[in-house]
Design a binder for this molecule. Structure first.
Ligand code: NCD
Length: 309
């Protein structure tokens, strides 16, 4: 039985992940209809509490909530009392007093969704906290791979880039390993955190070795906003050694797919022409994000908002 909040993939087991992915398949069918709406969450209120910028994740939660007939409220910190120094917890509790059925939280500090969850009656869904976790991104990435490959067992997933600062890498490492795939992490040594191998991944500083035999290549954005100091000599050098283009992809399997959570730094971590066309599936990931978030909302926002029992 899943907990009442979705704070990270670390807390889920394989059966939980499979259940969400199966539910997402049914939700995807709703998105193909003329009238893209079902009454599942009618009368329920969903609050999007985004303290950090977001394009894909926020709109995707909003569309997902609306397709399930929930009332969706978007909270933007700049227009709220946070600019008058109200604390995050006070803001969250004020919103909670309005009785939402679920609160989706993004914050630049790891652990904030958990602190908010501890204070609220409503279930909290983590939409990305610092460099900690981004569970719905990992779920939509797994969903995309399932659609492309039909399985996880025996697949090799190579995640490339700024592993240290990436919540996407961390959540995907948990998710793909739990589902039975082999996860490889490839980065310059300064971007590979110590101890990743204890989480079940193989770490590589040679891109070529990491790509050999890969079924899935996941490219990450350089998280300049989370960096203090210098992690590589120059963007140009990073692009030359770790940037992915069609030539470097030849080391991977012939039917490799290329993923990126967005936003993309074209010409840095991924070549222009590769970002837009197969084998890249970046827009499929975005499309699948709606169905996966519908499944997550169905699972977590459909229950009574109380911490008892
Ligand atoms: C990611 C994020 O915000 O963690 N983007 C996203 O949610 N699609 C990745 C990133 O910012 O690079």
């Amino acid at each position: 039985m899943m907990g009442r909040d979705l704070l990270g993939i670390e807390d889920l087991d394989r059966a939980d992940l499979e259940r969400i992915l199966e539910t997402a398949e049914r939700m995807q069918e709703v998105g193909r209809r003329d009238v893209k709406k079902v009454p599942t969450l009618r009368g329920r209120t969903l609050v999007n509490l985004f303290f950090e910028p977001s394009t894909r994740t926020r709109t995707s939660f909003e569309i997902a909530g609306k397709r399930l007939s929930a009332d969706v409220v978007n909270f933007s910190p700049s227009s709220s009392s946070l600019t008058k120094a109200e604390s995050i917890l006070d803001t969250a509790m004020t919103l909670d007093a309005m009785a939402p059925d679920a609160v989706v939280v993004r914050h630049k500090v790891a652990g904030v969704p958990k602190r908010i969850a501890d204070a609220l009656a409503a279930p909290v869904i983590n939409a990305g906290d610092g460099a900690h976790e981004h569970p719905t991104q990992a779920l939509l990435d797994c969903f995309t791979v399932k659609q492309e490959k039909g399985r996880f067992d025996g697949l090799t997933v190579t995640i490339i880039g700024d592993i240290t600062h990436s919540r996407v890498a961390r959540s995907n490492l948990y998710a793909f390993s739990k589902l039975g795939a082999e996860v490889r992490l490839a980065a310059p040594p300064t971007m590979l955190p110590a101890g990743v191998e204890s989480l079940g991944a193989k770490a590589y500083t040679s891109l070529r070795e990491a790509l050999e035999g890969a079924d899935v290549v996941m490219v990450l954005r350089i998280q300049q906003e989370r960096m203090e100091g210098c992690f590589f000599p120059s963007i140009r050098e990073y692009a030359a050694t770790f940037g992915i283009d069609r030539k470097k992809l030849r080391y991977a399997k012939d039917d490799v797919i290329v993923m990126h959570p967005g936003p993309v730094n074209r010409g840095v971590e991924i070549a222009h022409d590769l970002a837009d066309r197969r084998p890249s599936v970046i827009l499929d990931q975005v499309r699948n994000g709606v169905a996966v978030r519908m499944a997550v909302l169905y699972q977590f926002a459909g229950r009574p908002a109380t911490r008892e029992g």
